[in-house]
Write a protein that binds this ligand. Structure first.
Ligand code: ADP
Length: 229
């Protein structure tokens, strides 16, 4: 049974969605001179929009959620603040998805107040309307039910985090600590309802071993969970 709803997004879909988003921007009559990629998820969509909207200037800013130690609430921060003068430019900030909307809203406010562009608009391939506190000026897909979009640019990172979560949960539920590669692959497909392919499973396990979360035994070909919480 699927535990976490996920959808595997292909490179072809990314290109199709970026075309859709570019069309929305073009049809609105807005002509940005500068695109700002919201790191890290906005990089690929922003680069494609530069191509599809014929925009030469590409900047980036990183905004992310920050959990203050011992505090329950989360707030978004600009990770490496810097200043440029965009007073003569029309700007489009691009991200992959607006989930809570906190990071994109913060980046929009920061750019507006610090870089002072002539005009500023926001765009994302996808907008999760029931949870987002912020609606981008442009989006291509309105997502009506929350789901994890497994984009091609986070495939390895997502895979190792998903495997870690699955093994720790299985351990908590059954006490099991050792698996074969095939058991992990089958479990992953069942748990998340997607298949990322053997290369990603193997590389994810290598990273989890490097992080000392699991230990792989080449002789018995088994994988043991070391870090159970
Ligand atoms: P925001 O909702 O403001 O974008 P989040 O911290 O929720 O802030 O999201 C930041 C980044 O995390 C997104 O730009 C995206 O790269 C990733 N992300 C968030 N939610 C999802 C999701 N449902 N599917 C895939 N990626 C997501």
């Amino acid at each position: 049974m699927v535990r976490v709803r996920a959808k595997l997004v292909s490179w072809d879909e990314v290109v199709e969605w970026a075309w859709g988003l570019a069309d929305r921007v073009r049809e609105s009559g807005y002509k940005p001179d500068v695109i700002v990629a919201l790191a890290r998820g906005g990089y690929v969509p922003a680069r494609l929009l530069c191509d599809f909207l014929d925009v030469e200037n590409l900047l980036s800013i990183q905004s992310q959620h920050w959990t203050e130690a011992a505090k329950a609430e989360e707030r978004a921060i600009i990770k490496f603040p810097y200043k440029v003068d965009l007073s003569n430019y029309r700007v489009l900030v691009v991200d992959d998805i607006v989930d809570t909307g906190d990071t994109l809203r913060l980046a929009r406010d920061y750019i507006r107040d610090t870089w002072k562009p002539k005009e500023l608009k926001t765009a994302a391939l996808q907008w999760i309307s029931p949870v987002a506190k912020f609606k981008p000026d442009y989006y291509y897909i309105e997502v009506k039910e929350w789901i994890w979009f497994q984009y091609p640019w986070t495939r390895l990172e997502d895979t190792y985090q998903f495997i870690k979560r699955m093994l720790q949960e299985k351990h908590k539920e059954t006490g099991k600590t050792t698996w074969t590669l095939q058991e992990i692959i089958n479990g992953f497909k069942e748990w998340y309802g997607i298949d990322v392919g053997e290369k990603y499973y193997k590389e994810a396990l290598r990273i989890l071993q490097e992080k000392q979360i699991i230990k792989q035994d080449p002789e018995t070909k088994t994988i043991t969970l070391i870090k159970t919480t």
